[in-house]
Write a protein that binds this ligand. Structure first.
Ligand code: PPE
Length: 309
């Protein structure tokens, strides 16, 4: 990975290599931690963090769901993220931020009430999540043999590390089978989400994306729905079955890391022309205009890290 200079840990900036935890940290054994994935883009007025407050609020909400008591407010965590970018003096065109709250050292056994909470924010430069070529030409998706955990046994709306075991298994399977990414159905057989992104398809002119019944309340999905409606597309949120995905005219994934990644094939079915579709291309360039500060209507989603901006 690309290292940076500092990591914010429990209220202090530490040199990258000194942000450490004990091997008997509770989370390492039992998997309870919550994360965010937030991104800053280099705009004409310097770096701006996209939808910072929404991401930090989701972190706090995920933590509440999984009984982790983060001892910092949304405002304090927002400030830490802005300062981290200022101190690290990045130069690339975007920077990924990874806030995490986890359970540290001192308690063993599943019951975690007395385990200390560690709060960390790291930031680094991270290239195209599903490859530069994928952004241009589209990626190949495999519907996973595993489903997303049912709402009766997990909390899909928490951005919890525990949910990523399922993602990790699905992703590994997809790659082993020669695909780029996994698409997971829910326990009823409807599309839930990809291993690390949300799913959209275009069919008969409509943009269709599933409700978040069994998936992360995605911030990029929300942004795309808002932007697409404003561009004049009809956006529908409804359940999607596997066979509908196969006959989609276009498909794409959305996420902070994935941004807008076109899909060109699903399970040996070519989607549309087998390349980035025309609507996908418009959504993709519209999204980059927003995050890079080139669309004034969406300025309110940007937090500039330079005070003068
Ligand atoms: N579903 C899942 C399972 C998911 O991990 C993400 C983001 C999304 C949907 C999209 O959410 P949002 O970023 O709010 O639009 N995945 C993050 C982590 C990826 C990783 O591999 O790490 C991300 O994009 O930051």
């Amino acid at each position: 990975m690309n290292e940076a200079k500092y990591i914010w840990m429990n209220g202090e900036f530490k040199p990258w290599n000194e942000a450490q935890t004990h091997v008997l940290s509770h989370t390492l054994h039992y998997g309870n931690s919550v994360i965010e994935g937030t991104k800053a883009y280099k705009t004409a007025k310097g770096y701006a963090i996209f939808r910072l407050n929404d991401h930090t609020t989701r972190l706090k909400e995920s933590a509440k769901m999984t009984l982790i008591d983060i001892p910092y407010s949304v405002e304090e965590l927002n400030k830490a993220q802005v300062e981290l970018l200022q101190k690290n003096a990045f130069s690339g065109d975007n920077v990924y931020l990874r806030p995490i709250a986890f359970l540290g050292y001192g308690v063993m056994g599943v019951y975690h009430k007395e385990a200390p909470v560690e709060t960390v924010v790291a930031a680094w430069e991270w290239g195209a999540y599903l490859g530069e070529e994928g952004m241009q030409k589209g990626i190949r998706l495999k519907i996973s043999s595993m489903t997303r955990p049912a709402n009766t046994s997990n909390m899909g709306k928490a951005k919890a590390a525990a949910n990523y075991l399922n993602s990790q298994m699905a992703k590994f399977e997809a790659i082993e089978c020669g695909y780029d990414e996994a698409l997971l159905l829910d326990d009823q057989g409807y599309v839930a989400e990809a291993s690390g992104a949300s799913f959209f398809m275009v069919y008969r002119g409509q943009l269709i994306t599933p409700p978040n019944d069994n998936s992360l309340e995605s911030i990029t999905q929300k942004t795309v729905i808002e932007m697409a409606a404003e561009m004049g597309y009809e956006v529908v949120r409804r359940r999607i079955t596997r066979e509908e995905v196969y006959i989609a005219e276009e498909a794409f994934l959305t996420g902070t890391a994935a941004e807008i990644t076109p899909v060109r094939e699903v399970d040996a079915r070519i989607i549309g022309e087998g390349s980035r579709g025309p609507i996908t291309e418009k959504i993709q360039s519209g999204y980059f205009d927003i995050v890079f500060g080139r669309n004034a209507k969406y300025e309110h989603y940007l937090t500039y890290i330079n005070k003068e901006a």
